[in-house]
Design a binder for this molecule. Structure first.
Ligand code: Z5A
Length: 210
């Protein structure tokens, strides 16, 4: 039987991460892997979901400081790692996580210009709890991603950022993906059917090898 793994999905808004999590779950089930949980970041614990709503809401009369945003995101991540991911991995459960450390490198480091050494320090603490076995990056253009996100619902606080912000986020994703050993990059500009086939082919190959 295969050892359980911690799989992370990353990408810009509208890249299809939520859709891909369900696709990945079905692929795992086809390998007779039954113990699977899907989590989202920030979120997926009681406290982390409360933090998520603070992060997404535009309070209008009070701007969320970029360091407050960073530490809130990591507070949510520590809650999730300690309370859900670590115990589940111990029980042999496969984890599919919608976003993880790389989002903070790209959004807070790239988008908000926070020093990467601070983010790296926090990532090191998170990685001590557990490190992902695989990162699947859904690569969508900023224009297509935002168009999809807008079709789905009104923009939240972060989605209201400028195109320049998201171009920097995308640039940082790629800069840091270079050093990521276990990764799969999927062209997410394609329609869902093509994206699904690409994920299926690459993930099946990875599962058979690992
Ligand atoms: N954030 C951060 O700054 N730092 C961090 O460390 C972390 C997060 C962890 C989370 O909000 C916000 O937190 C996010 C980054 C920040 N903010 N922004 N902006 P979220 O979870 O609400 O947003 P998101 O993570 O960006 O996800 P999303 O907007 O929900 O998009 P998605 O999950 O990638 O896509 P989807 O829901 O699967 O698809 C969106 C729509 O497009 C939907 O109608 C689909 O049917 C459609 N879709 C999906 N794929 C396709 C393809 N291939 N073709 C056509 N249509 C498609």
């Amino acid at each position: 039987m295969k050892k359980n793994k911690f799989i992370v999905i990353e990408g810009l808004e509208g890249s299809g991460k939520t859709t891909a999590c369900q696709i990945i779950k079905k692929i795992l089930l086809s390998h007779n892997i039954k113990k699977i949980i899907i989590v989202r970041q920030p979120g997926s614990t009681l406290i982390s979901e409360k933090i998520r709503s603070i992060i997404k809401k535009d309070y209008k009369t009070e701007k969320l400081n970029k360091f407050s945003e960073l530490f809130l995101l990591y507070s949510a991540r520590f809650q999730l790692m300690e309370n859900i991911i670590k115990p589940s991995l111990k029980k042999g459960v496969w984890i599919i996580s919608d976003r993880h450390n790389l989002s903070s490198i790209a959004y807070q480091g790239g988008g908000r210009n926070i020093d990467q050494s601070l983010i790296q320090m926090l990532n090191n603490l998170i990685n001590k709890i557990s490190k992902p076995d695989l990162t699947i990056f859904l690569d969508v253009s900023v224009e297509i991603g935002l168009k999809r996100a807008l079709l789905r619902s009104n923009f939240d606080r972060i989605e209201k950022q400028s195109k320049k912000f998201f171009l920097k986020v995308r640039k940082y994703y790629f800069k840091f993906l270079l050093s990521e050993k276990n990764k799969i990059i999927i062209n997410a500009n394609n329609n869902i059917k093509v994206m699904k086939e690409n994920i299926k082919n690459q993930l099946n190959t990875w599962i058979n090898k690992n």
